[in-house]
Design a protein around this ligand. Structure first.
Ligand code: SF4
Ligand code: SF4
Length: 442
């Protein structure tokens, strides 16, 4: 382990940003973790104070600060509401990287990130074969939500109700696509992301359908990799940089007008964290990353902002509308300020009556690896979301992030609630598919 002085030198990178926190405590009122635990060390102010203490060499055990920093959903609620504009997420991400570089990754983190995620082809193979064998260890539990649970006690899965790996990942269905701009005159690259590819391939297929119907040309490059957020959240910047370079090679930025995703987490990572972490790359790489980030949009945002929803077919006769509510993924609303467009899409679909739920933008408690490390707290936060969904009295809850879909499916499935969890784009694609009069692609 390097010495404390070396760590403090590295921490100087975030010193100026730390100084902008005026300790007002406003972040307490919005932090889902603080609401669950009531501990000052869990809220942004407390974590920033710990990092400040580390800088001043007040602690001789940086690992305990690292543990505190890991107890965070990286939901960005604190940053979105901070009156001093403290870039809390940038500080946390950089500090996690510095601390992980200082004390090293655990054995399991090395296995997962350096051994698997950093090698996209191997990762694809491993998840594919896991999907073949998962039925031995798991059993279906809720047909409506499509969840499963462990057959026997599993230390990793616990008693979660989870969405299993799909039999066929999306990249087996559509390994490559390159179509010219249709009547919209636009061409987009589709960044699929791991969860859509391996757990929700239907949603990825629905993105393709919707873009086709909207007359949008598509580029789906072969061999695209994870956006890198799981590795970066754990502080593994090496794996993150490797995945960033891998993806940059596959998405030639001059070949498309926009890069779209249907995953709020991927969108936010590409828009915000790719440029943040490319700061030390050469000029040409930095420029490419900045241009891709500027072009990256959530699928609903793309469809609405580019006025491509005018052709959504109606059902014709008024049938009983389905009542649908919407959960705002933190990475979409708090990180990117995108909340109106998914609602516009839902409101454009005839046959749906949109109902706003109380606290639609409150975190669902997923938080990526937070859900694995701190499942009980994650579940408690998720329970609050479940109550809000129940109170909306809707039969469907829509959202724009596959990670939120997994968390919400878990809490609803455990509670036995007859409420479906859908991606906004699924509902739109279904309306387009159901109607023979949809517009032609060209
Ligand atoms: S992070 Fe922002 S909201 Fe929280 S205490 Fe500091 S200044 Fe106040
Ligand atoms: S990112 Fe979310 S969980 Fe973490 S400190 Fe901020 S509000 Fe709390």
């Amino acid at each position: 382990m390097a010495d404390m002085h070396a760590l403090v030198r590295l921490m100087r990178e975030v010193e100026d940003q730390l100084a902008s926190c005026m300790r007002c405590g406003m972040c307490q009122s919005v932090c889902p973790l603080y609401a669950a635990t009531g501990r000052e060390a869990d809220v942004a102010r407390g974590k920033l104070a710990l990092l400040d203490g580390l800088l001043r060499e007040m602690f001789d055990r940086p690992d305990s600060v690292r543990e505190r920093l890991d107890r965070c959903l990286l939901c960005g609620s604190c940053q979105a509401g901070c009156p001093s504009g403290v870039r809390v997420m940038d500080i946390f991400i950089k500090a996690r990287a510095i601390l992980a570089g200082f004390s090293g990754l655990s054995f399991s983190q090395k296995m997962i990130f350096k051994g698997m995620l950093a090698h996209p082809a191997l990762f694809d193979q491993l998840t594919f074969w896991s999907s073949r064998f998962q039925k031995l260890l798991t059993r279906p539990i809720n047909e409506m939500l499509g969840t499963s649970c462990a057959r026997v006690m599993s230390p990793l899965i616990g008693d979660r109700h989870f969405k299993p790996l799909a039999d066929r990942p999306f990249h087996h269905e559509v390994p490559f696509l390159d179509t010219p701009a249709g009547r919209s005159g636009r061409k987009v690259a589709f960044f699929v992301g791991c969860l859509l590819d391996k757990i929700f391939p239907k949603v990825a297929g629905d993105v393709v359908t919707v873009l086709e119907k909207a007359g949008v040309g598509q580029l789906i490059p072969q061999g695209q990799a994870c956006c890198g957020i799981p590795a970066l959240s754990a502080g593994d910047t090496q794996t993150f940089q490797k995945l960033l370079r891998h993806n940059l090679e596959r998405f030639p930025v001059d070949d498309f007008d926009y890069l779209v995703t249907a995953c709020a987490t991927c969108t936010s990572t590409i828009r915000k964290l790719w440029p943040l972490m490319a700061e030390k790359e050469d000029t040409s790489t930095r420029r490419r990353v900045a241009r891709i980030a500027e072009k990256t949009l959530d699928i609903s945002q793309f469809l609405v902002d580019e006025h491509l929803l005018t052709d959504v077919p109606s059902v014709g006769r008024a049938s009983k509308p389905t009542e649908v509510t919407y959960h705002d993924p933190c990475h979409l609303k708090k990180s990117l300020g995108v909340s109106a467009q998914p609602r516009t899409v839902l409101n454009a679909i005839e046959g749906i009556r949109f109902v706003e739920m109380e606290g639609a933008d409150q975190c669902c408690g997923m938080g990526g690896s937070f859900n694995i490390k701190y499942y009980e707290i994650s579940r408690e936060i998720g329970e609050r979301k479940r109550k809000a969904i129940q109170a909306s009295r809707c039969s469907v809850v829509a959202t724009s992030c596959p990670a939120c879909m997994m968390q919400i499916s878990d809490v609803l499935s455990r509670g036995g609630d007859p409420i479906r969890v859908r991606h906004v784009v699924e509902l739109l694609a279904e309306r387009w598919k159901d109607n023979d009069n949809y517009p032609s692609a060209h």
